[in-house]
Each structure stands twice: as C-alpha cells, then as structure tokens.
Design a protein around this ligand. Structure first.
Ligand code: HEC
Length: 288
C-alpha cells in the first residue's frame, strides 16, 4: 500500500515537472484584457471583423441579425426611450430624437406635433417590431458588404475554393476563442513581424509560419500603438462573444442570482438565529 502511494507521488512529481518544462517552451501570450460586457467594444469589434476578416474567415454559427439583436438593439431602444420621454414632456426634440422616433414609427418625422399624433395611433407591438426592423437596417449598413440578407449565416464572403487556393485553408472562427482563448487571439493578431522569406513577407511570433497575411498592417501604420491595441482588443472581444453569445445573458443572470442568494442568506441567518436562540438558552435541551 505504502509502495503504491510512493509510485503515485513520483508520477505526480514527474508530470508536474514535465508540464512546467513544456509550459516554459510555449510562446509568451499577452493579456488580452477584454470585457464581454462592453457593448461599444463589441460593436467596434464586429465592424472591424466584417471589414478585415470576413473575406477569408466565416463565423458559420452566427447570423447577422443575431449580432444586431445582441449588440445594437439596446442602443436603438435606449435612444427611442429618451426621445419618447422628451416628446411626452413637450421638450424640444433634438435631431437624434427625431431619428429615434422615425425608426420607432417607421415614418419620417420632422417635428414634435407629428410625434405626438403618432403616439396616439401606434401600438407598443408595432413600435417593438419597427425597432427590430431598424436594428436590421443598422446591421445591413454597418456589417453586410455583400448581397446577403440579415438572416443569413456569416459565411466567408470569398468563395471557399478561391480562398483555399490563395491562402490555404482559412479556418472558421466561430469557436476559436474557446479552443485557443482570448489571450492567444490577441497575441496572434499583434504578433506579425517582417520576414522576407515568407510569401506574404510576414511571419508570426505566436503561430510560426502562419499562412495568414498581416491584414491589419494598414491600421498598424495609421494609428498610435494604443489605438491599434484597442482595435485588436475589440476584435478579440467580438470573437469571444461569437464563441459563446450566451455569455451576455449568463453574466447578467449570474449577478442577479448572486443578489438573490445574498438576500436569502440574510433571511436564512435571521431564521437560524431565531431557532437557535431557544437551544442556546436550554429550553429545548434533550432530557437526560
Ligand atoms: C487573406 C485571408 C485572411 C484574412 C483577411 C484573415 N485571415 Fe486569419 N487566417 C487566414 C489563414 C489562411 C489562416 C490559417 C493560418 C495557418 O494555420 O497557417 C488564418 C488563421 C487565423 C487564426 C487562427 C485560427 C486557428 O484556429 O488556428 C485566427 C484567430 C485568425 N486567422 C483571425 C483573423 C482575424 C481576426 C482576421 C481579421 C483581422 C483575419 N484572421 C483575417 C487567412 C486570413
């Protein structure tokens, strides 16, 4: 028995040692510091992705209008709510308010009186439908550069056979944040360096001899390194969201559940005190 436990200990020691050795030969990854609850970052990331990456990479488990609902709808609803409050309290409407109301009524508005007459004749369901329609339009304008529909899956804009012929296989990125992690993606996108021996004249610190060109070189040149890092952080954040869109809901729900448990704890504690009060003073002590 003792011998067996020795063998186990030695095995554990060897494993720990070899993991450490392997770990130390791995490339250094930078901390991505992404924040999935930062909607603005996710919106910018989505735009950058569609501009710079979707030509080669699909995210085939995601639809355009799903991104719209998750990342853009809240802003459109918030703008409408603000405009509604302003209109109903007879405040002068700013241009943004008129736009927000025009979206909600699906009609061009130019002044407060028009807005008021619309409130009288439009139902909440219709407003909701129109706001979703407006979100789809926003997505079409900002994210779709082909003739695809908002309900389509995001499949690479370049025909697969062409992409493969030119650049080798560009993998689908739906789940890359789960398989590699955000730090890996962030470091990979920042990790391109000049290497004339490669066909695209670049190599990558994180993925040696990667067959992907440095597609963000123009951004790197035009922006300060801080801005460029932020762009990459936004793209990485977006890919993290794509890997598990439910994170947006899960995090919110998690906070509410913890809040609930905390309140429950207070009551449970008070109840416990109430019960044990009697025990402490010996009222319920078992008779011997
Ligand atoms: C010109 C085509 C092309 C464009 C544009 C492109 N990539 Fe790539 N990408 C590739 C190819 C090809 C690979 C495979 C590299 C390899 O394995 O050698 C790759 C690999 C990757 C990987 C690693 C995936 C994995 O599982 O190993 C990530 C992450 C990635 N690209 C992200 C991006 C992002 C983000 C953008 C936009 C900023 C982008 N790519 C733009 C062609 C492209």
């Amino acid at each position: 028995m003792k011998k067996q436990s020795h063998t186990v200990l030695v095995a554990v020691a060897i494993l720990t040692f070899s993991f450490n050795v392997f770990a130390s030969t791995e490339v250094h990854l930078d901390y991505a510091n992404t924040d999935i609850s930062d909607k603005k970052s996710l919106q910018r990331g989505a735009k950058l992705f569609m501009n710079y990456c979707s030509g080669c990479h699909s995210i085939q488990f995601m639809r355009y209008n799903h991104i719209g609902k998750d990342l853009f709808l809240d802003d459109i609803i918030a703008a409408y709510e603000k405009a509604r409050v302003a209109a109903l309290s007879n405040k002068p409407l700013e241009r943004g308010d008129l736009v927000a109301l025009s979206r909600a009524f699906d009609n061009e508005l130019t002044n407060l009186d028009q807005a008021k007459s619309f409130f009288a004749k439009i139902s909440n369901e219709e407003i909701e439908k129109n706001l979703i329609k407006a979100t789809d339009k926003e997505v079409e304008k900002n994210l779709i550069f082909t003739d695809e529909k908002v309900g389509s899956l995001i499949i690479s804009a370049m025909p697969v056979s062409d992409a493969n012929q030119w650049f080798g296989n560009s993998p689908d990125l739906s789940l890359v944040s789960r398989s590699k992690g955000v730090d890996w993606i962030y470091s990979y996108l920042r990790g391109f360096y000049r290497d004339d021996s490669r066909i695209f004249g670049v190599n990558n610190h994180v993925l040696e001899n990667a067959s992907m060109p440095d597609v963000l070189w123009q951004l790197k040149q035009d922006k300060s390194s801080k801005e460029f890092d932020q762009d990459i952080r936004d793209i990485t954040n977006f890919l993290d969201y794509v890997g598990e869109p439910a994170q947006l809901v899960r995090f919110n729900l998690g906070i509410k559940v913890l809040g609930f448990l905390f309140v429950l704890f207070i009551f449970a504690y008070l109840l416990k005190k109430e019960y044990w009060k009697d025990v402490k003073y010996g009222k319920w002590r078992a008779k011997d």
